[in-house]
Design a protein around this ligand. Sequence first.
Ligand code: SAH
Length: 209
Amino acid sequence: MVETQLIPRGIKDTRVLDAMRRVPRHLFVGEPIQFKAYDDMALPISEEQTISQPYMVAIMTELLELKGGEKVLEIGTGSGYQAAILAELSQEVFTAERIPVLAKIAEERFSALGYTNIHVRASDGTLGWPEESPFDRILITAGSPKIPQPLIEQLSDQEGIIVAPVGDRFSQQLIILKKSNGSLSEQFHTPCMFVPLIGKHGWGGNKDF
Ligand code: SAH
C-alpha cells in the first residue's frame, strides 16, 4: 500500500509513511472484507459509513504537519483507523463520532491495540469538544458545507491547522485552514468524496442529538 499507492502519489512525510506501515488497517474493517483492507479504495464499515481510502488518510495526515507534541481533534471516528494514525504521530487524540455504536467499536479496537492516547466520545462533532480546547490540529473526516464555526474557535492561535473536506453532499475539496495570532488563511487542495457531516453546524438531519 505504501510503496504502490502512497509514495508514487507524492506522500513524502516519512513519519506518515511509517505510521501507515505500522497500523494494521485490516483490523479496522469487518472480517469478510479484511482481504481488501489495503486496496486503493474506501471500504464500507457498518451504519452506511466508510473507512477512507489509504491515500486520503495519508494526504490529510501529511497536511496536518504533525511533529509529535500536538493535541488533535478528529471529527468522524468511523472505523477508528484515521484516529490510530493520528495517535502514532501526535501526543493526544480526541475523536468524536455521531453514531454511538461506531464510537463503541472504535474504542474497543483502540484498547485491543494498546492505544492509551485516544479519547472517543459519541457526540455531534460539529460542536467540537470545548472542555478540551484549544486543539493544535483539527481534522474533519466527513464532508461539510463549511468548516463549523465552533471548530474554528477551538483551534489554537499558535499555528493551528484544520484540514476538512468542504463542498456539497457528493463532492468536496480538502481545505487547509491555518490560524496564526488570530488571523486565518485558507488554501484549497485535493478534490475528494466523503460521507456527509451531519450535525448542528454541518448538514441537516441531526435527529440523534
Ligand atoms: N475517519 C474515519 C472515516 C470517517 S467516515 C475512519 O478512519 O474510518 C465519516 C464518519 O463521520 C462517519 O462515521 C459518520 O458517522 C461521522 N459523522 C458524520 N457527522 C458527524 C458529526 N456531526 N459528528 C461526529 N461524527 C460525524
